[in-house]
Write a protein that binds this ligand. Sequence first.
Ligand code: MN
Length: 387
Amino acid sequence: MNNRVWIFDTTLRDGEQSPGCSMNVPEKLRVARKLVDLGVDILEAGFPIASDGDFEAVDAISREYPQVQVAALGRATKLDIERAAKALDKAKRPRIHTFIATSDIHLKYKLKMSQQQVLDDACAAVELARSYVDDVEFSAEDGARTSTDFLERISRAVVAAGARTVNIPDTVGFSTPDEYAEIIGRVVAALGDTAIVSVHCHDDLGLAVANSLAAVKAGARQVECTINGIGERAGNCSLEELVMVMKTRNDRYPFETGINAEAIYAASQELASVISFGPQPNKAIVGANAFAHEAGIHQDGYLKERTTYEIMLPQSVGVPESRLVLGKHSGRHALKARIEGLGFNLTREELDFVYTELTTLADNKKGLMDPEIAELARRSQQALAIS
Ligand code: MN
């Protein structure tokens, strides 16, 4: 089986529709630039019927970046699809992404429709979308909570109607890796090579990346994800985590993406500068502490051989360098290395002086930066010269 996994980025759609993440058109264009640098295969730019801003963003990104596949979202209705098609009018490689809920709970309480009505609407929407563009994706909203028999049936039907990609989202982040792999495996078997099976996972139980990876092992070949894992509620599958698992543990996940990983950090930073929050400090891959070492034993090991405590090179994801934070958990080895790096050559006594001062100071602080360490080194030389 082909091991190429398509990366469908929905930072500008699912990500953008979460609290604190609204973006205007110029802001979406700025983030889109970074997504193009990153090499995402499909860039979902908005939900055109939802607002004029979304319509304009899809249009602007389609004109600005002809090299990328641009997707626009619409419910399985005539008006939504016509609006999506219009927004994509200038796209060189347009994709219409249409969806309808398929789970019993959504059918009963939200749509008040039968499975047959949902299936008919889905097929009609896909056919209409295909009258505008060649590339149509169908999503079975709340797919992970849908009966697998119905998922197989609707997946076959929408592919017969012209869909090339069938997405089975875990819309509410409820699934687990073993369960999701079973569901996806069934749909993959039902569709064979007639369509690409896609996954879209939410992180309500912290399993979005694990579920996506399990699905890829079960045959999914498109993953929908976002930068910094932003998205509805607890967010979506984090693009950077998914990609770096496949790169770092290619022995266990022998799959390839088209992502230029060295552009990850710049994309993460750009997004953080546009929306109202950045990744939490301990966020994998892109958090401020992701490549920082403070504990003395770790710093000592790291300085002797990087791989003792680091599984990825920070430069491989575009982070300039590892940070050795000097705090109360740091040891003398790290301190000595840092001071030498700052251009000082201290005697043992001077180093002891700095170390004592550092541990006192660091008790009251979060960690010392280079200028403060340099100041301590100078004071140690003066103090010991006088005595
Ligand atoms: Mn979603």
